[in-house]
Design a protein around this ligand. Structure first.
Ligand SMILES: Nc1ncnc2c1ncn2[C@@H]1O[C@H](COP(=O)(O)OP(=O)(O)OP(=O)(O)O)[C@@H](O)[C@H]1O
Length: 705
């Protein structure tokens, strides 16, 4: 076994209580102790398959499974213990129960059409009433995003769409503290999702947990839950009433023993219904034989960090690790300078023998990755990402790569079939092309991606061609189905002619010709097409040695990408990220001052190189959310300025928790990058009282020697 458990850990590991709860600080060994508890059960003869460890993120599930192996459980045995998210467990139970697997809509963008359709219906119904009501119904993307966030919270609270006898929508909305329109829309959308056959029409994140909780709570049908003897829950602070229903039924089903651990200060998912008040006041109510046990020391880092965290959160934090954790502030002049300093520190870490894999750059928001990725590329350091997409793979950048390739007629500048396919998808998205989802699987697209010489046909035959009525009719058909429809049509024409009904055949043919010639496109689509034509003409007419950044700036303006982003993406933060990604992309070209052709080829080479570098070890670039539950020897937190962290417009308490999660990921070295102008430094950094923590922490470490 890699560690010697402390007395507190042993107490939890061996407790005879049916329910054991440990709420403790970050790094206080919660996950490790849960792993020890699982190991103890296995040693006592519990079958690994009858143990389930539940988490709220797949990353946390992965960490727990890995921790089992780290503390000495045989890897084969460890893999037999089920470590999954609540939602994944619920999905599997429902799939088995319903016998079907409804489509999983992973993004807000995929959900939005359903919301829009329901809104349109409700507006119509409202307008037809004798006295229409004032209803808050979201039409624009950012309001749809707000609605979807509220809907998720409503589900976490187990609010059913059905009304009680005699209850009105207005009364229910008031009870919930939400606008009447939100509840009305929620109610209708849920009905729509429920469908009328077996299983729902779709599910999105958390729907499986909610649906399962509803079924279990109603108790009308027997849902066969798996039977576990030991139920473990990590990150207990993320519990909400819906997951609690599932948990209670699981415990009852297997007459299971429960152990859970969490940290009140790590609630960063309130948007998703995580509710600390719930844990404090309702969790475990009615349970008998409950033991709340402490884990008082953090074993992740030494006293310097413990003191800084204590100052930030104004709570007691004690370290059990005699280690002089390095904590330092690094001032920067501007975002690019911050990125250069992060990369210089990564190189320094490496030169001192540190592993790249043990190093993480933790970001408050995905858009902050851009300057850092540019600097990493330049320095020849590989990176992997969690919780965000490399900006070179974001659709706005892929689309621009496509535009550059079209302008240069140089399709080889985008390396690899997969990448080219992504570029084509991005072009369709940004041209607001109303293609059915099935068409995205279209073999024509795949062929164009595989054979770059067909890119041109894609441009002329699709992107720059006005969409006709016939195109629109065919948009929900796959390639095969379209070919089949054509064959059937010809058969019909032949049959008509053979039976002497040539006139009818001609009418049909004329109608079909008219469909093929009649332009039928939305104004958004037509404008996008014209803008693309214009931007391509500008790029093609530019002198060959014109600097790429100047051309790209003009192209971005002509394509009106910032505005289109607000039409396409539901979350305002995503639209903002688009703007930032594009700025970063242009900045990368400005730094190089190359022509468009040379910049396209520099990108190609950089990508190939990056893939090679990644294979040789890579730093992690991740969001705070993705870092939660993980730890790294070296952690770098760039852009710690007011407005960025705490993020303007976000709940301050939750931002403080997010910051606490970020800083407590470190084992050995934490670097905080702050603006050189003192008045812009994040108040959270101020609250850490770094100077004092370092001085006093060192004394504590010295006292041990
Ligand atoms: N008895 C121990 N002795 C020494 N180190 C320990 C001991 N128990 C746990 N650790 C180490 O302490 C660190 C933090 O442990 P762990 O990840 O379990 O904390 P946690 O409370 O789950 O953290 P978080 O709140 O971030 O999820 C890990 O590196 C772990 O290996």
């Amino acid at each position: 076994m890699g560690i010697a458990p402390t007395d507190e850990q042993i107490a939890i590991q061996t407790s005879r209580a049916r329910h054991v709860i440990a709420m403790a600080n970050a790094g206080a060994a919660k996950t490790t102790t849960l792993a020890l508890r699982i190991a103890e059960s296995i040693t006592r003869g519990v079958w690994p398959e009858s143990i389930v460890a539940l988490t709220f993120s797949s990353e946390a599930a992965r960490v727990l499974q890995a921790r089992l192996i780290e503390i000495g459980v045989d890897a084969k045995v460890a893999r037999r213990v089920r470590c999954v998210t609540f939602d994944a467990l619920a999905q599997q139970v429902l799939n088995d129960f319903e016998g079907v697997q409804p489509p999983f809509l992973a993004s807000n963008e995929a959900l939005a059409p359903h919301v829009r359709a329901t809104v349109a219906r409700l507006q119509l119904e409202n307008a037809q009433r004798r006295s229409p009501r004032e209803l808050w119904l979201p039409e624009h993307n950012d309001l749809i995003f707000e609605f979807l966030t509220l809907a998720r919270q409503i589900k976490a609270r187990m609010v059913r769409p059905e009304l009680d006898d005699g209850e009105t929508i207005e009364e229910r909305a008031e009870l919930l503290g939400i606008p009447e329109g939100v509840f009305l829309l929620y109610r209708h959308l849920e009905r729509e999702r429920a469908g009328d056959g077996v299983g729902p029409r779709w599910r999105t994140e958390f729907d499986a947990t909610y649906d399962l909780a509803c079924l279990l709570q109603a108790g009308e049908v027997q849902v066969p839950l798996p039977e576990y003897r030991i139920v473990i829950v990590d990150e207990l602070q993320d519990m909400n009433p819906a997951t609690y229903v599932v948990l209670e039924h699981l415990l009852a089903r297997g007459k299971a023993f429960f152990t859970g651990a969490g940290d009140f200060d790590q609630v960063i998912h309130r948007w998703a219904g995580a509710d600390v008040n719930f844990i404090r006041s309702q969790f475990g109510q009615g349970w008998r034989n409950v033991e709340s046990l402490p884990l008082t020391r953090t074993y992740r880092h030494g006293p310097v960090m413990a003191l800084a965290t204590a100052a930030l959160k104004n709570k007691a934090v004690v370290s059990g690790r005699v280690h002089e954790t390095r904590l330092r502030l690094v001032p920067y002049a501007d975002p690019r300078d911050a990125a250069d300093k992060v990369v210089a520190d990564i190189l320094d870490w490496k030169s001192r023998g540190g592993q790249l894999d043990a190093c993480a750059v933790v970001l408050r928001a995905p858009y902050q990755s851009i300057h850092i990725e540019n600097a990493l590329l330049e320095a020849g350091i590989g990176w992997r990402v969690e919780g965000l997409e490399s900006y070179l793979l974001r659709s706005e950048i892929l689309m621009l790569r496509g535009v550059i390739a079209f302008a240069l007629e140089d399709y080889e500048s985008i390396p690899g079939v997969d990448k080219r396919l992504k570029v084509l998808h991005a072009l369709l998205l940004w041209q607001q092309f109303d293609w059915g989802a099935r068409r995205l699987e279209d073999s024509a697209l795949k062929t164009a991606a595989a054979q770059p010489e067909l890119f041109d046909a894609f441009l002329k035959g699709l992107l720059l061609k006005p969409q006709t009525r016939a195109d629109k009719q065919a948009r929900h058909l796959s390639d095969d189905e379209a070919a089949e429809a054509d064959a059937r049509f010809l058969e019909k024409i032949n049959a008509l002619r053979q039976s002497g009904r040539g006139e009818e055949a001609n009418t049909l043919l004329n109608l079909r010709r008219a469909d093929a010639e009649t332009i039928d496109e939305s104004s958004a689509q037509r404008n996008a097409r014209l803008r693309l034509e214009q931007a391509l003409a500008m790029l093609r007419a530019a002198p060959a040695d014109a600097p790429a950044h100047a051309l790209l700036e003009r192209a971005v303006d002509m394509l009106q990408l910032r505005r289109v982003a607000r039409d396409i993406f539901i979350a305002p933060s995503r639209a903002l990220m688009v703007t930032r990604s594009i700025e970063g992309f242009i900045d990368a070209s400005r730094r190089r001052n190359l022509s468009l052709h040379d910049f396209a080829h520099w990108l190609r080479k950089a990508e190939v190189r990056e893939a090679r570098l990644r294979a040789a070890g890579a730093v992690l670039l991740c969001t705070v959310e993705a870092a939660k539950g993980q730890e790294f020897q070296a952690v770098m937190l760039p852009y710690l300025e007011a407005g960025a962290f705490p993020m303007a417009g976000c709940d301050r308490a939750e931002e403080s928790n997010r910051f606490y999660v970020a800083i407590t990921r470190v084992r050995d070295e934490l670097s905080l990058y702050v603006p050189a102008a003192a008045e812009r430094v994040s108040p959270f950094v101020e609250a850490m009282q770094v100077g004092k923590a370092v001085a006093r922490g060192r004394l504590q470490v010295d006292a041990h020697f």
